[in-house]
Design a protein around this ligand. Structure first.
Ligand SMILES: C[S@@+](CC[C@H](N)C(=O)[O-])C[C@H]1O[C@@H](n2cnc3c(N)ncnc32)[C@H](O)[C@@H]1O
Length: 316
């Protein structure tokens, strides 16, 4: 049974067992971490070639990521790993997405939803940003393995984690961004609550902090379309679909070329590119930038009566 991901024990996703290719290396090769490839260029699928997939783990050089969806009792490494809430099909979609984007440099990354810190290390190793900051509402601290990862690579000045911070807390996010980054954000990855309200709140807070051309990724937006979420007794049965936010972002894209440059949608995530708009000091609200037709004039509620009455009368 897959583990749950959020502290409230609701968000979990069944997934196909990851493919373990014959060509996968038997052991992870140490010595190729992002700290040693400082000026990593994104845009080549080659960075994903470093990943080695096993039935219950993903290896990235000397790092071990325990796949939470495929936990089993045969685990021999105790806590010497990151817990990781991604699957191979999802990571493959990311590989495709980044390889199609061409060259770009990601210096400042903010990630919502860390779980056990595995995704922080994953993205950091792939992109080698100057600064990577993680936020999560869990009241915990970094794991020993995470601390070892940061210390062994001398990343203390480049990686920061904020536990106990809610993604819907606009003031907290602003404070963190102001304290941690010396320039605009290049990438935000939201893999936190997956609920409509908090996800929209963080988007409205953080999207204006991206540089023009910067990306805002919303992971697992499609949960309402997955059978395991569709039962009437699922705890999220009455939860607003996150699809609604993606549709609003598409509507916004159609309304202005300035606010959103593009929206790319995969099953596992949606990537929203910031346009060139200069956002003022007021709060950014998605709805206020969407242009829609006025609703078509509707017939009044009793407008059928004369016609119906006429039919009845003519019959008599
Ligand atoms: C899907 S897991 C993150 C997985 C991680 N990114 C990974 O790939 O391994 C979701 C995380 O979001 C956090 N979370 C849930 N609701 C949140 C909220 N409102 N604000 C901040 N974090 C939240 C949970 O504590 C959990 O750690």
């Amino acid at each position: 049974m897959p583990e749950t991901c959020s502290p409230d024990g609701v968000f979990r996703r069944a997934a196909a067992v990851p493919h373990v290719g014959d060509s996968a290396r038997a052991t992870a090769a140490p010595g190729r971490g992002a700290d040693r490839t400082n000026a990593l260029v994104v845009g080549s699928a080659a960075v994903f070639d470093r990943l080695v997939w096993r039935d219950d783990r993903m290896l990235l050089d000397d790092l071990v990521f325990r796949l939470e969806h495929y936990r089993n009792e045969r685990w021999e490494l105790e806590d010497a790993c990151f817990g990781f809430y991604k699957t191979k099909p999802l990571v493959d979609q990311y590989a495709k997405f980044w390889s199609r984007r061409g060259t770009c440099s990601l210096k400042n990354i903010l990630e919502l939803g860390m779980w056990d810190g595995g995704s922080i290390a994953f993205w950091f190793e792939l992109f080698g940003p100057e600064k990577h900051v993680g936020v999560d509402s869990q009241r915990r601290t970094d794991s020993d393995y995470f601390r070892w990862y940061v210390a062994s690579r001398g990343l203390g000045a480049r990686i920061s984690t904020y536990w106990g911070a809610d993604q819907a807390d606009e003031t907290a996010l602003w404070d963190i961004a102001e304290r941690e980054f010396s320039g605009p954000l290049d990438l935000v990855i939201d893999d936190a609550s997956h609920r409509y309200g908090p996800t929209k709140a963080s988007f409205e807070t953080l999207f204006p902090l991206l540089r023009p051309g910067g990306l805002y990724i919303i992971e697992d937006w499609a949960w309402a379309h997955w059978s395991e979420f569709q039962g009437p007794s699922h705890p999220w049965a009455n939860e607003t679909e996150l699809t609604r936010l993606i549709v609003q972002l598409v509507e916004l894209t159609g309304s202005s070329t300035e606010v959103i440059g593009s929206v790319v949608v995969y099953q596992g995530f949606a990537a929203v590119e910031r346009g060139d708009a200069a956002f003022g000091s007021g709060r950014f609200e998605i709805e206020s930038h969407i242009s829609r037709r006025s609703p078509a004039p509707r017939a009044g509620p009793l407008s059928w009566i004369p016609r119906r009455t006429g039919q009845l009368l003519s019959r008599g």
